[in-house]
Design a protein. Structure first.
Length: 452
């Protein structure tokens, strides 16, 4: 199989005939050479694209993701996570897979299932930092089928294309994602994190000894609202997207959970729970105003009796054993939809099969007026259809309007399909499923933060 075209977003300039750094070095079947990106950054977002002269059947891609020289391997940046995209003849993406590579000077094979390729694009999502230089190197990329390496012929007169600047990630959005991760020794000490839309650049925003959960974002206020026990009881707090300036936004006399911003981002709804946790009798829905004219104003909009009918579910492996803690385990959610309708539900993804979906949802307007009859039935059908659209194979729980991408074409969600809680992105038509987190920690509750 011959190579007809190679393109890189950047490359270091060659140093005579002895040291060459162009993108062709990653496909020359010589581990002693390497492509080196040439930007001021660490190589994240850099791309390599290769065209083959004929459709070629493969089932794996092989990476030597760094300099294959013990003296330079750790001195330079190495690939930690890479996005693989197969393109059609017009350049449209027809398949994608994200691969996590070990930080070892070995050839690593990524299985992709048997497929026919002709054009492939590689995007570096995350790197292992170098100990001496901030340049990323990739020694070799190859293809194989049933354990046999596909021989790639690199024409000696091939002139690779090197673009002047790094381009943004091809398949990722420019927004960021706020989410929960439980990375401590205790599985009941979640923090709130933020990451890029491709899963790179993960940062811990709260990093505290407290339980911080249920993030919700207001783009107009540039604030993340969340539930925390940092004030001695469960309360609603806000912080900026750097994790600073934490403020209490709940009510002091009640435990409060489930923050939800209005569509314009200027009002924050939340649930105040009955003080008697052993015998809960009601939920109280409050709205706090963040607009300039009424900032801080608090309004009680609805009291809901008979909370026992909400069959609160327990998230596996979490150790939650009380009514309140199970509510924080995504048992109760409040959503403020773009239509202005408030939607209260028990998360049916984790509910017992004997609990009917109908009994776990209530809809009402901002003034507290309940929605019933045919209008309520239509809202329930619409919500359930959106959930089932993704297919039962990935077991998602959908988080309403606040985890739709900025361009409206992708959905971020949590899945337990691999036995652990991970965050995924999928097109709203159900195509191009991409796993964003991949570790032993539970990751859940993704919320979109639009590009600033």
């Amino acid at each position: 199989t011959g190579i007809t075209f190679i393109q890189a977003t950047s490359a270091l300039p060659d140093e005579g005939e002895l040291y060459k750094y162009g993108p062709e070095q990653a496909f020359d079947n010589n581990p002693a050479t390497a492509w080196n990106e040439g930007t001021d950054g660490n190589g994240e977002g850099e791309q390599l694209t290769v065209y083959l002269d004929r459709p070629t059947r493969i089932d794996a891609i092989e990476f030597m993701a760094g300099y294959f020289d013990a003296a330079y391997y750790r001195a330079n940046n190495r690939v930690r996570r890479i996005l693989i995209e197969f393109l059609d003849n017009t350049g449209n993406m027809i398949f994608e897979k994200t691969a996590d590579l070990q930080d070892r000077m070995i050839q690593q094979k990524v299985q992709i299932g048997e497929r026919v390729i002709s054009r492939v694009r590689f995007t570096v999502i995350e790197v292992y930092p170098g100990e001496q230089w901030n340049d990323l190197a990739i020694a070799e990329i190859g293809f194989s089928l049933k354990g046999t390496r596909v021989q790639l012929n690199l024409p000696p007169d091939l002139a690779p294309v090197v673009l002047a600047e790094s381009r943004p990630l091809a398949s990722a959005q420019t927004e960021k994602i706020v989410f929960n991760r439980e990375a401590g020794t205790s599985r009941i000490k979640p923090d709130i994190y933020i990451m890029n839309a491709d899963g790179s650049g993960i940062q811990n925003l709260t990093n505290s000894k407290f339980i911080d959960v249920q993030p919700a974002y207001s783009n107009s206020q540039k604030l993340i609202a969340f539930t925390s026990d940092r004030s001695g009881k469960w309360g609603i707090h806000t912080m900026n997207i750097q994790g600073a300036n934490v403020q209490n936004a709940g009510v002091a006399e009640n435990d409060c959970v489930a923050p939800a911003w209005s569509p314009d981002g200027n009002k924050l709804a939340f649930i105040a729970l009955s003080p008697d946790m052993d015998d809960p009798k009601e939920l109280i829905i409050y709205v706090r105003d963040f607009s300039a004219s009424n900032r801080g104003q608090l309004k009680k909009i609805r009291t809901i009796d008979g909370i026992q009918s909400f069959q609160i579910s327990f998230r596996p492996g979490m150790g939650y054993d009380s009514y309140l803690d199970s509510a924080l385990a995504e048992g109760i959610k409040l959503r403020w939809q773009k239509t202005g309708i408030l939607h209260l539900e028990n998360d049916f993804t984790f509910a017992a099969a004997s609990t009917s979906l109908q009994s776990m949802q209530q809809f009402f307007r901002e003034d507290g007026t309940p929605i019933s009859g045919k209008e309520r039935d239509n809202l329930t059908i619409l919500y359930n259809t959106s959930y089932r659209k993704l297919g039962s194979a990935v077991y998602p729980f959908v988080d309403g309007d606040n985890n739709i991408s900025q361009n409206g074409k992708s959905l971020y969600f949590t899945s337990v399909s691999d036995g652990d809680y991970e965050i995924y992105r999928i097109n709203t038509d159900g195509t191009n499923l991409l796993k964003l987190t991949n570790n032993s920690y539970p990751d859940y509750s993704p919320v979109v933060v639009p590009s600033q």
